[in-house]
Design a protein around this ligand. Sequence first.
Ligand SMILES: *Cc1c(COP(=O)(O)O)cnc(C)c1O
Length: 506
Amino acid sequence: MKPTMEKPIFEKSRPGVVGMRVPAAGVPATDWAKDLPAGLLRQAAPALPELSEPDVIRHFTRLSKLNYSIDGGFYPLGSCTMKYNPKVHELIARLPGFANLHPYQPQSTVQGALQVIHDLEQALCKLTGLARFTLQPAAGAHGELVGCLIIKAYHASRNDAERQEMLVPDSAHGTNPATAAMAGFKVVTVPSNDRGQVDLAALKAAVGPRTAGIMLTNPNTLGLFEEEIRELAATVHQAGGLLYYDGANFNAIMGLVRPGDMGFDVMHMNLHKTMTTPHGGGGPGSGPVGVAPALVPFLPKPLVDRTEDGTYVLNGDRPQSIGRIKAYYGNFGMLVRALTYILTMGADGLRQASEDAVTNANYLRVKLMDVYRLPFDQVCMHEFVLSGDWQKKLGANTLAIAKRLIDYGYHPPTIYFPLIVSEALMIEPTETESRETLDAFITSMRAIAEEVIKDAAFVAAAPHDAPIGRVDEALAARKPNFRWQPAGGHAGEVSSTDATSRAPGC
Ligand SMILES: *Cc1c(COP(=O)(O)O)cnc(C)c1O
């Protein structure tokens, strides 16, 4: 398991070794240099490593294996669902008729692509109980911004300028308050009660004529279903506010319950989480936004409409629209993958995926709750949150447990989120994992709990077998340095002593 650290590629370089030979140009040589400013001319040849082709291939292949991936192992990241990405999606998205499209092609030549957008929108409406969707937003947070701008436009259209406050529960994903603030709202935090659900009395005290809306997710970030959702919705609506649903992780409730029926007016969904399109490494993502009938006029433009004769058209004639939110029509390849997923699963399959996700999460929860503290001892939905409090008392905190899991060959779960649980370990197995995989993970988590009892200092110093030990994660995130400097250095190269990490969380 333990990867060996090999010499960096520059150090393997041997003068004169070549991977390929470039044939003679066969055209007259020109003295291009005389036309270029002297300051731009290189005085010496660049210090490139000299290696054979197999050495280069092995170098990069080895590097690629140092990255943990969903195709390499179990990835129980909570909240930012990391599901298996069926490979058939890649085949379909790569079909030349999709992959070679140009966004400026005449609409008559892209009818199939417009139908994909149209059909996916219809499917999302059915799954959520909402009236229409825009597929433009490129990420979940981007969708949240669209949703907040729509809520703003709605209140503005009613000359209700007083509604400047967005309510956000204290268990919310960090993007919720950040997006609300970015859209110009004042964020008002609503506390959770001792069952990990929104405190209804506190919500009643917080709503009023300044309430623009509330951003909620159900199940919430503790993986718990908000049982009083109907009363929460009525409370906000009676005060004149709107309900925003953070549907980033929709895989808990597909085919079981719909946000539209729970009383939500606007929502986003992360196709790159729920609909198995790949994510990580910064994208591309897709965060479609759906709305109830009263908000349809404010959706970004254009939308794809189907005319009576069956032609698909990009309809930009939407005078109350908040405008365009992204160039062209969203990350189209993600839309192809998501529609492929929905069509291959079918309504029953999607429902079963949610049921399996919930079953898997509860299986792990019950098998671990005697060795890790379970702050909210209730049946969970697709994920659950443990606490490393007991282990921390013995000398190995949640960060150490996460690092030790790397030694066992797992990507760590999300840690220290949600903020309302001390030493949080947020675990989401997803529906695609087998009983054997879950059992192996349980065995590892229990083994780590044992290790903490026997030798907490050993766990506290983890990882022991990873290619990189503990790194300064703040430095790695704020000042990432992706360049390696050959011994002796070269002009223009920056130093590289700090490493980037396989950071837990999302
Ligand atoms: C992932 C996530 C988001 C943000 O989605 P991005 O695509 O990362 O911008 C928002 N809310 C919740 C609950 C999430 O899990």
